[in-house]
Design a protein around this ligand. Structure first.
Ligand code: MD3
Ligand code: FE
Length: 216
C-alpha cells in the first residue's frame, strides 16, 4: 500500500515556496469560493466598495472595503488602520467565521501557528486597474504574516525584494489561490499588474483579493 504522506496534513499538499517564508497554496480556497463571494456581497451591502484617496490626493484605481475589528484606510491624513468605516462612521462589518477559519488554516499550513487576523482588506479590481509596488508596513506586529486570497479573474502578482529597486518576479494568481507572506518575506515590495478583461463564472469582470492582517 502506498502511504499517503499528507494524510494528517491535507493543507500541506499543495504548498509551494515562492521565497523564504512565503508560500502559495494553489486552489486552497476554490471549494469555498462561492461562500466567500456571498460573504463579500453581504459586507459590501453594509460597507460599500469605494475608491479611497491617497495622501497625495489621487483616487486609487482599486475599489476597497474592509471587515474585522480594524480596517485599512487612506485619505489626506495618511495610511492607517481604524475601527470605523470613514464613510459611515460605523464599525466595519464583523469578519465572517469562514474568513477567519480560512486564514488560520492557510497560515498554519505555512508554519505560522496561532495567526488571528483582526483586519481583512477587500480589494476589487476591474479591467485596467492595478496596484503599484509597495510594502505593507502599517501593521504593528511585523512578526505576523499576511494571508492573501484571490477570487475571480486571474491577475499577475509581482513581488520583489526589500528595496524598491530590486528585480521583481511575476506570478499569476487565479481563483482560489492563497498566498502566505511572513518571516523574511513580510516586508517584500509587491503589487499586481493591470487586470486583463475577462469573464469569470462567479465574479464576472472582476477580481477580488482578500488580505488578512494582524494590525493591532
Ligand atoms: C507580500 N494586495 O492589499 S495580495 C494589498 O492582489 C495588496 O490585491 C495585492 O498588496 C492584491 O496590500 C496583493 C498579495 C500580498 C499581500 C500582502 C503582502 C503579498 C504580500 C505583504 C508582504 C509581502
Ligand atoms: Fe500589499
Amino acid at each position: 500500500m502506498t502511504p499517503d504522506l499528507f494524510a494528517d496534513q491535507p493543507d500541506e499538499a499543495a504548498k509551494v515556496a515562492l521565497a523564504e517564508g512565503a508560500f502559495v497554496f494553489r486552489q486552497f480556497a476554490s471549494a469555498i469560493g462561492e461562500d466567500l463571494l456571498r460573504e463579500i456581497d453581504q459586507i459590501t451591502a453594509v460597507a460599500p466598495l469605494r475608491h479611497m484617496k491617497t495622501p497625495g490626493g489621487h483616487s486609487m484605481s482599486v475599489a476597497m472595503t474592509c471587515c474585522g475589528s480594524l480596517g485599512w484606510v487612506t485619505d489626506a491624513r495618511g495610511y492607517r488602520y481604524q475601527a470605523e468605516d470613514p464613510d459611515s462612521g460605523a464599525p466595519w462589518p464583523e469578519m465572517p467565521p469562514a474568513f477567519i477559519d480560512l486564514a488560520r488554516r492557510a497560515a498554519n499550513a505555512a508554519g505560522y501557528v496561532g495567526f488571528t487576523p483582526d483586519a481583512c482588506l477587500i480589494n476589487c479590481y476591474e479591467p485596467g486597474t492595478k496596484m503599484g509596488l509597495h510594502q505593507d508596513k502599517n501593521e504593528r506586529d511585523l512578526s505576523q504574516p499576511i494571508v492573501s486570497v484571490s477570487l475571480g479573474l486571474p491577475q499577475v502578482f509581482q513581488f520583489g525584494g526589500l528595496s524598491r529597486s530590486e528585480r521583481t518576479s511575476n506570478i499569476p494568481l487565479g481563483h482560489g489561490d492563497v498566498v502566505v507572506w511572513g518571516g523574511p518575506s513580510r516586508l517584500r515590495y509587491h503589487g499586481v499588474l493591470t487586470l486583463k478583461a475577462g469573464a469569470h463564472l462567479l465574479t464576472g469582470a472582476c477580481r477580488y483579493n482578500l488580505t488578512f492582517r494582524c494590525a493591532r
